[in-house]
Design a protein around this ligand. Structure first.
Ligand code: 5GP
Ligand code: MG
Length: 179
């Protein structure tokens, strides 16, 4: 495993992103939507640096392998607060192809919020398939599979306090412990 973003760098990046959000939104009341499970740690660190009156909600986005080229994305929205007429900030862990954030964003739009902003910890370079301009991005990263600070591989590594690149042999080790 190779550290890509250290604990100190994460802290600086999130402080800087939260300063941008505070500057852009001022004292506008905000409903923050945590996209579970990956963004749980980011949201905890981010909202403690936000200064406006703030409500917190969550939804869960998960994909499973379908028989098509792309995974099928399902949203579980039963933890969502009422966002009608509210200014909403959707927070996700990573923008890879963009399909997840796009689907979440489209769903929130159907609930008639006043405004929808988006924020991600990481944006992977060269992978975008969706024309969605994320409003706040803490870090741009190369096209590598990363774990830590909320991001998992087979439900492991979310608790790492830094972001690391998972190497080929480590991916095999977890997939097949006997190998
Ligand atoms: P997208 O829909 O933008 O292609 O992908 C977003 C989702 O794919 C993320 O929420 C995350 O669950 C997963 N994902 C994409 N790239 C990575 C990665 O490098 N590491 C991990 N752990 N998950 C990733
Ligand atoms: Mg995810």
């Amino acid at each position: 495993m190779k550290t890509l973003i250290s604990q100190a760098e994460l802290e600086a990046g999130i402080t800087s992103m939260s300063a941008d959000i505070n500057k852009q939104l001022g004292s506008t009341p905000l409903t923050v939507i945590c996209v579970l499970t990956g963004s749980i740690i980011l949201v905890a660190d981010l909202i403690r640096r936000l200064e406006m009156p703030l409500r917190l909600g969550a939804l869960s986005a998960s994909s499973y392998q379908g028989n098509t080229v792309r995974d099928i994305l399902t949203l579980d929205t039963h933890l969502l607060p009422n966002v009608k007429g509210q200014h909403v900030l959707i927070v996700d862990d990573i923008f890879d192809t963009g399909h997840t954030l796009n689907e979440v964003s489209k769903h929130i739009q159907t609930l008639h919020p006043a405004t929808v902003y988006t924020a991600v910890l990481l944006r992977k370079n060269g992978r975008r398939e969706i024309e969605l301009d994320v409003d706040f991005v803490a870090f741009e990263i190369p096209d590598e599979f990363v774990v830590g600070y909320g991001l998992d591989y087979q439900d492991l590594y979310r608790n790492l306090p830094y972001v690391a690149i998972l190497e080929e042999h480590e991916i095999k080790q977890v997939a097949d412990p006997s190998a």
